[in-house]
Design a protein around this ligand. Structure first.
Ligand code: ADP
Ligand code: MG
Length: 282
């Protein structure tokens, strides 16, 4: 029996890896990847915190909170932006949507519909691109792993997360639109690094995760070609491909990370391997 204390873990001075799952394109597998890797690492006894930045609130739902705005007592990232609470104060334990139980070793900063006001809220701040960089220190030393889950654009939330991170995980599908999103992401990172490189921010994409999510089997060949192109372009930072697996949308509907929902399915095994390839755990 694990009797994990669900309050914010203490600062033990441990080394914290901060990752950002991103792509300028929506539907590229960011939330699926963030949830799957976070749960896989927590299962391996790593202390993990996922920070949701998307007003669509998918990662909040996958980690046990269907409607963070519906409960006044629940802190969200919006409250942090609004300076109602600190980032550390906004950390809550992740839950298994099915059992309602706390998931050991896994925490989350929840999202709010109001995150669409983010740009406006931060408009008057000096060097507002650094907004998350200023906050992330509150979590370093407490977790082994922090993962940002971004919205499907490269605006202030995503840029802030990239600057605050150690490693960029480019999430893509093996389809033209999402693959193009990676190139745009690279250009944007280079652009931001010209102004904020001194922070020690990532200077490019560190890892590429391809989720297929093929809808029509007949188009499989096209996707294979795109996957080959991605591997050629990005070389060995491209991790194990997550093939099309119906368990992924099933897990989504169930509001659970696929690595929790069906740990033995193909997609869950691929994600578990991806975590190992990234050396998040052994
Ligand atoms: N390997 C996969 N097999 C089947 N469906 C997938 C796979 N990966 C992702 N999907 C589906 O693609 C959709 C978009 O994924 P999501 O993680 O929400 O992307 P994003 O967060 O980038 O918007 C979801 O409906 C998800 O279930
Ligand atoms: Mg998402």
């Amino acid at each position: 029996m694990t009797t994990d204390i669900p309050t914010l873990p203490e600062d033990t001075g441990r080394e914290t890896r901060v990752l950002v799952c991103t792509n300028g394109s929506a539907g590229s597998g960011k939330s699926t990847t963030a949830a799957a890797l976070a749960y896989a690492a927590a299962k391996k006894k790593k202390r993990v915190c996922v920070i949701g930045l998307d007003k669509q609130r998918d990662i909040s739902r996958l980690l046990g909170y269907d409607d963070p705005d519906g409960d006044e007592d629940l802190p969200t990232m919006y409250d942090v932006v609004d300076k109602i609470c600190s980032l550390a104060e906004a950390v809550v334990p992740a839950k298994d949507t099915k059992t309602k139980e706390v998931i050991p070793n896994l925490w989350v900063v929840l999202e709010s519909k109001r995150l669409d006001e983010l740009e406006f809220k931060l408009a008057a701040e000096t060097a507002r691109e650094l907004w998350l960089h200023r906050l992330i220190g509150e979590l370093r030393g407490r977790f082994d792993l922090v993962i940002f889950d971004c919205p499907g654009d490269v605006k202030l939330a995503t840029i802030g997360a990239i600057i605050a991170s150690d490693e960029v995980v480019g999430c893509t599908k093996s389809q033209e639109k999402e693959a193009r999103g990676l190139t745009e992401l690279e250009d944007k990172i280079a652009d931001v690094a010209r102004s904020y490189g001194h922070t020690g921010m990532p200077t490019g994409i560190d890892w590429v995760v391809i989720s297929e999510g093929v809808d029509h089997k007949s188009q499989g060949k096209v996707y294979k070609d795109m996957e080959d192109q991605l591997r050629e372009a990005y070389g060995d930072i491209v991790l194990e491909t997550v093939g099309d697996d119906v368990k992924v949308p099933e897990a989504y509907t169930a509001g659970r990370p696929v690595t929790l929902y069906a740990p033995d399915c193909r997609a869950a095994k691929s994600f578990t391997k991806i975590g190992r390839q990234m050396k998040l755990y052994r």
